[in-house]
Design a protein around this ligand. Structure first.
Ligand code: ZN
Length: 242
């Protein structure tokens, strides 16, 4: 028996490439240019899978006919048709505009103690936004008041979006697109007599954790308030021993 993956090998390979780009988006989430490059690559790769698949199936008429309704269904989804338009824009016109929203947080362990909106510009890395935030805390009592205390540490939270999917983080959009295309490929492999593909991506990182960048409590106190927490703890300990 022949391998059910072999006829559509190049489509599957492109889909695996999308998986890799999604991890690049995760890994570069707090760096605007690197994130945008990974997003561009993801969109270009995912949008081309259906065309590749049609090419792969040129000599497999019965399978092509069997999956055609599913292909049409995928292409008709708002998600996929929008990504397709974006792909054409990136390839033929230029830079994709992405929007960024953010907040500052005080974290107690893994718990969010305080979250307050703080503009994180789309061209700005989270580290740069954090430096700006610390500067505001040095000069403005309100901001310092909602900042970290002795029990909490600072963090920047951000999310990337495009206007066509307002309020939807691009990591979630990308994962949904990967899954939709995966369903089409899985149906095709099944038509060739193979097992369905695994569409869970267990190696995906928790998007909420990816969106959060945490910083040192000690460094914050030292650079904003001029207080060394280690020194304070040592003195307290000494005082207690005496
Ligand atoms: Zn993975």
């Amino acid at each position: 028996m022949s391998c059910p993956h072999q006829p559509i090998e190049s489509s599957l390979d492109r889909w695996h490439e999308c998986h890799w780009h999604l991890h690049q988006m995760e890994g570069n989430y707090h760096e605007p240019d690197a994130f945008r490059y990974a997003l561009n690559s993801f969109i270009r790769a995912i949008a081309d899978v259906p065309e590749l698949l049609i090419k792969n199936l040129e000599r497999h008429e019965s399978v092509r006919r069997a999956i055609k309704p599913k292909l049409k269904e995928l292409q008709a989804t708002t998600l996929f048709s929008t990504l397709r338009l974006k792909r054409n824009f990136i390839v033929h016109q230029g830079m994709l505009e992405v929007d960024s929203q953010g907040s500052v947080r005080a974290m107690e362990g893994t718990k969010v103690k305080i979250s307050f909106p703080f503009r994180v510009e789309p061209w700005e890395s989270s580290d740069e936004a954090y430096e700006r935030y610390k500067q505001v805390c040095r000069t403005d009592k309100f901001w310092r008041g909602i900042g970290p205390d002795c029990d909490s540490s600072p963090a920047i939270w951000r999310t990337w979006m495009i206007p066509q999917f307002p309020n939807r983080d691009l990591l979630d959009v990308a994962f949904e697109a990967w899954k939709l295309v995966g369903e089409l490929l899985s149906a095709t492999v099944t038509e060739f007599g193979g097992d369905p593909l695994n569409l869970t991506m267990p190696c995906r990182h928790d998007p909420e954790l990816v969106r959060l960048k945490r910083y040192s409590q000690r460094e914050f106190f030292l650079s904003v308030d001029g207080i060394d927490l280690d020194e304070k703890a040592r003195k307290w300990q000494e005082g207690r021993v005496k």
